[in-house]
Design a protein around this ligand. Structure first.
Ligand SMILES: [Zn+2]
Ligand SMILES: [Zn+2]
Length: 239
């Protein structure tokens, strides 16, 4: 009854194009049809562009600190980019559930094959940035994904220990340099040893951030790190 009243006062609308929809937290059919699945042109471990789907690029072959698998189902383009930008910069925290719901059918089959996953770990923000933004958008996404996976979230494993310039302001080489030593994973060797974690971030760009965070987790003894980003920024689709 209350929900009906609320829907009367605040009619549900598509968060992307604002056309009316039957329920809150859903895209209209046109926007749903506009979702672009990421092409398979990338290393399946680190996400770097290889021109074809390869299980492991040459850099990952020789790097025990590289991610073990990486999923980024959508191209960072409307409507998913609008949802991710709204989540990150405009306090639309309620969109985290919709974003994960849209990604879930494209994540679930692979993640089922990667079980056991001990912890779902959100990409951390530096404490100062967390204070200014008031929430970590990756943590909101990780919470929803962990709920669907029925796995615990661990927010105290990985920390951002160095202030970094936002990656979007930097070129590819500088991004790698910018996030070097930005992360530290904590816990005694016993706590992390042999664990399998799923690292969750919002958008994959060059992959420098996820590679740096994965390396920190593995240096603390985590044996297996998978990565989920909701979308992948591609040159021709960057907003
Ligand atoms: Zn729409
Ligand atoms: Zn790779």
């Amino acid at each position: 009854m209350f929900a009906t009243f609320l829907n009367f006062i605040f009619p549900p609308h598509c968060p992307s194009c604002r056309v009316g929809v039957p329920r809150h937290d859903q895209l209209c059919p046109d926007c749903s049809a506009g979702l672009q699945l990421s092409p398979e042109l990338f290393c399946q471990r680190c996400g770097s562009e290889t021109g074809s789907a390869v299980a492991s690029c040459s850099a990952c072959d020789h790097n025990p600190l590289a991610p073990d698998y990486l999923l980024a189902p959508f191209v960072f383009a409307p409507p998913i980019s609008q949802l991710l930008i709204g989540l990150k910069f405009s306090d639309h925290t309620q969109w985290a559930k919709l974003i994960v719901t849209l990604c879930w059918p494209h994540l679930h089959p692979t993640l089922q094959q990667q079980i056991p996953i001990d912890w779902v770990v959100p990409m951390p923000l530096h404490p100062w940035r967390l204070i200014s933004r008031r929430y970590n958008q990756s943590a909101l996404l990780a919470n929803k994904l962990a709920y669907l996976l029925q796995k615990p979230v661990a927010t105290n494993v990985l920390h951002r220990v160095r202030w970094t310039t936002p990656q979007t302001r930097l070129g590819a080489w500088m991004r790698q340099h910018n996030v070097a030593h930005a992360f530290q994973a904590v816990g005694s060797g016993d706590r992390c040893a042999g664990r399998s974690v799923l690292l969750v971030d919002d958008v994959l760009t060059t992959g420098a951030t996820v590679r740096a965070a994965t390396a920190a987790l593995k240096q603390a003894g985590i044996s297996r790190v998978g990565v989920v980003c909701m979308a992948r920024a591609m040159e021709q689709a960057k907003q």
